[in-house]
Design a protein around this ligand. Structure first.
Ligand SMILES: Cc1ncc(C[n+]2csc(CCOP(=O)(O)OP(=O)(O)O)c2C)c(N)n1
Ligand SMILES: [Mg+2]
Length: 345
């Protein structure tokens, strides 16, 4: 490819990455706000991906057209990056008729097969087994297709993780396992010293048990995630089997938003106030590494993004997401008689 064309392609990809990161953040901000501005509109839990933007977009930027993506229940960002219209994703979280799954899935069970997103999963670790099954189908029926499987640090303790990685390694399945180490498993810190909750740090060393590549990357740096996941995807596509990429970042919000009736007493007022479970010093340390301003500054330094262009992207995302909320609020709830539709067993 001529140099100029390659550079142009590179530039448009970087701008695409920044745009998607901003869209995820704006989306999640609106979900968080909905719990305050429209209490009761979102039923059940809703888990946000702020802090994960570089990890999500860095990984997904390596995807080829037919590759499948299976995130955990912290899944809003994946859907909108893959192409599901933000207004339908928002309507799904609001449980509305115009939702991605007609209002039957909710925040944790988004699915959009037309956009290569078979389903998310509320059961910790279950998606790892499902994605591994999808990779077996890919190997048998769709040569060249790679499955991207995302799951948390907590999920890497589940039996499904060990069984799936064993099978994928033995059968050399075309799958990339992205372990999203956001440092918390609900309210428990991942580190051995702090909580005695998980053995082995870095968590990527679990790959050694299966003789597959395992690497830990700075998950607040979109380009570092992209490079590691690209290597893993190339390997999978070449028929050499799975890899494990541990992407380490920080959950910038609380574990999940939930409206309970009656409301639970606030057990940790300090943490609730800043939206996370950890202490303020820890939060501030990681907030300083917020992936979005970092990537913005990087692109501006390299001359990829101007202030005007960046503001244009940010304003467009705000307009898109304000519209998504309006659309979701205006959409009706599904009719009660529809409750038994789509029930197969
Ligand atoms: C099998 C199972 N056990 C327990 C839970 C309750 N639970 C919900 S979230 C969570 C923590 C998951 O932590 P992690 O895998 O790190 O994902 P994160 O929320 O940090 O993205 C737990 C234990 C569940 N949903 N499924
Ligand atoms: Mg976690």
């Amino acid at each position: 490819m001529p140099k100029a064309k390659k550079e142009k392609l590179e530039k448009s990809r970087l701008i695409w990455m920044y745009t998607q990161m901003v869209r995820i953040r704006e989306f999640e901000e609106r979900v968080k706000r909905a719990f305050i501005e429209h209490p009761g509109v979102i039923r059940g839990h809703s888990h946000l991906g702020d802090g994960a933007e570089a990890s999500i977009v860095g990984a997904l930027s390596t995807r080829e057209r037919n590759d499948l993506v299976m995130p955990s229940y912290r899944c809003h960002g994946y859907a909108i990056v893959l192409g599901s219209p933000a207004r339908n994703v928002m309507a799904e979280i609001f449980g509305r008729k115009d939702g991605l799954c007609k209002g039957f899935g909710g925040s944790m069970h988004l699915a959009d097969p037309a956009h290569h997103f078979p389903s998310a999963n509320g059961i910790i670790g279950a998606g790892i087994a499902q994605a591994t099954g999808a990779a077996l189908t890919a190997q048998v029926k769709h040569p060249g297709q790679v499955v991207y499987c995302f799951f948390g640090d907590g999920a890497s303790k589940q039996g499904a993780f060990f069984e799936s990685l064993n099978m994928a390694a033995v059968w050399k399945l075309p799958i990339v396992y992205v372990l999203e180490n956001n440092q918390y498993q609900a309210y428990t810190h991942y580190s051995l010293e702090d909580a005695n909750a998980i053995a082995g740090d870095p968590l990527s060393q679990k790959a050694q048990a299966f003789s597959i590549p395992g690497v830990t990357v700075d998950g607040t740096d979109a380009l570092k995630v992209r490079a590691a996941v690209q290597k893993a995807a190339d390997r999978a596509r070449a028929g050499k089997g799975p890899s494990l990429v541990e992407s380490k970042f920080y959950r910038l919000s609380a574990h999940g938003n939930v409206i309970t009736v009656p409301p639970l007493p606030t057990q940790f007022p300090e943490h609730e106030a800043i939206g996370v479970y950890g202490n303020r010093a820890e939060f501030e340390k990681w907030k300083a590494k917020d992936p979005i301003p970092r990537f913005r500054a990087h692109l501006m330094k390299d001359g990829v993004l101007s202030e005007t262009k960046a503001r244009g992207i940010e304003n467009a995302a705000r307009t898109e997401l304000d519209d998504a909320v309006k659309f979701a609020l205006a959409s009706p709830l599904p009719a009660p008689e529809e409750a038994v539709n789509y029930v197969y067993a």
